[in-house]
Unconditional design. Structure first.
Lengths: 205, 141
């Protein structure tokens, strides 16, 4: 009986009925609606990787993007955030290959590809670190609604002054295989919880 | 095997993506604006005037603030009124530690309550005077 029903269904597929069924089932029939946050964070970008290659968001279609904004001179948030990201991806294991971790600098003046390449060695081997010119970085930060503000460090004995830090947003963004937003991972989320979140999205998306 | 694949396909049609349906709720929340990082992790006492200085630094540094309601629920603020530029708008530090009532959209996701504030309906200022009991946390007097 089931086989007979499946044969009929296969014939209907050509008529577009499957598409209609899918729309009905994922929409009004079970009360599901499109994710209202899907397009609130993220957007297209073209940047330069730590290996000096041009990189676009389109390069990662079919994979999740786990996006973190920061800078290599960051004294606290970035080293801890990237360590959590690294540990979580290692714990997810082979399934984690579906996720492309990305670090986008908020400090393009100092974070050249060479600087990023040196920093990258401390974290996950698949982590791609991205930089660009100021308008490119400003655009991608705006798309992800990432706050960034440069501030001067007080001069210290022996320094020439002018050293600075950059306040920046601390959230990780998980983007789906289609490039649209899925969820946020706030700073301070324990590794085991990050692992659970990543596994769930890999399994369901 | 082919049958199983077809059944899997049907199941996906009927159930849709498990992550596609995300409810939005309009709510009003009253509570203290707190330093999310310190309050959630519990790494130090993180409420009222005792923690105000540290909380301002966290907000300026990019940690989104939260509102802790009277029942202990945390709501992480991702947007404030007409701002569209920042998930962790540091202008929130101007109302850090205040007791506020806000209207907004609640998005529950992965165990976190994210709040998009459309309006600050009331601001009573700083009312939780904890510094007499706790000093200045974390740096002391």
């Amino acid at each position: 009986m089931t086989v007979c029903w499946l044969r009929r269904l296969r014939r209907w597929a050509g008529s577009g009925l499957i598409i209609a069924l899918n729309t009905l089932a994922t929409g009004a029939a079970i009360g599901a609606e499109p994710d209202p946050l899907a397009h609130r964070f993220g957007g297209p970008f073209t940047l330069t990787s730590h290996t000096g290659q041009p990189v676009s968001d389109q390069d990662f279609r079919g994979r999740f993007m786990l996006v973190y904004f920061g800078f290599t001179h960051c004294p606290d948030l970035c080293p801890t955030g990237l360590s959590v990201l690294t540990e979580a991806l290692e714990a997810v294991g082979a399934a984690g290959d579906a996720i492309q971790p990305l670090f986008i600098t908020v400090d393009p003046a100092r974070d050249t590809p060479a600087a990023l390449a040196a920093y990258q060695k401390s974290f996950h081997p698949r982590l791609v670190m991205l930089t660009g010119d100021e308008p490119q970085i400003a655009a991608v930060a705006r798309a992800y609604k990432v706050h960034r503000r440069k501030y001067l460090w007080p001069p210290t004995a022996g320094s020439t002054g002018g050293d600075y830090g950059v306040d920046h947003g601390s959230l990780m963004y998980l983007m789906g295989r289609d490039g649209t937003f899925r969820t946020l991972i706030p700073h301070g989320t324990p590794v085991d919880k990050v692992v659970a979140i990543l596994k769930r999205y890999i399994a369901n998306d | 095997m082919a049958k199983l694949a077809r059944l899997g396909f049907l199941t996906s049609i009927l159930l849709g993506s498990a992550t596609a349906s995300v409810a939005v709720e309009r709510i009003q929340v009253t509570g203290e604006i707190v330093d999310t990082w310190c309050a959630i992790t519990g790494i130090m006492y993180a409420y009222g005037t005792a923690h105000h200085q540290c909380a301002v630094w966290c907000a300026a540094g990019g940690i989104p603030v939260s509102i802790k309601s009277a029942d202990g629920t945390f709501y992480m603020v991702l947007k404030i009124e007409d701002d569209t530029t920042s998930v962790a708008n540091p202008t929130m530090l101007n109302v850090q530690t205040h007791n506020v009532t806000v209207d907004g959209e609640l998005h529950k996701r992965d165990g976190v309550n994210y709040l998009f504030v459309s309006k600050v309906a009331d601001d009573k200022g700083i009312v939780n005077m904890t510094h007499d009991d706790y000093g200045v946390v974390p740096f002391g007097n």
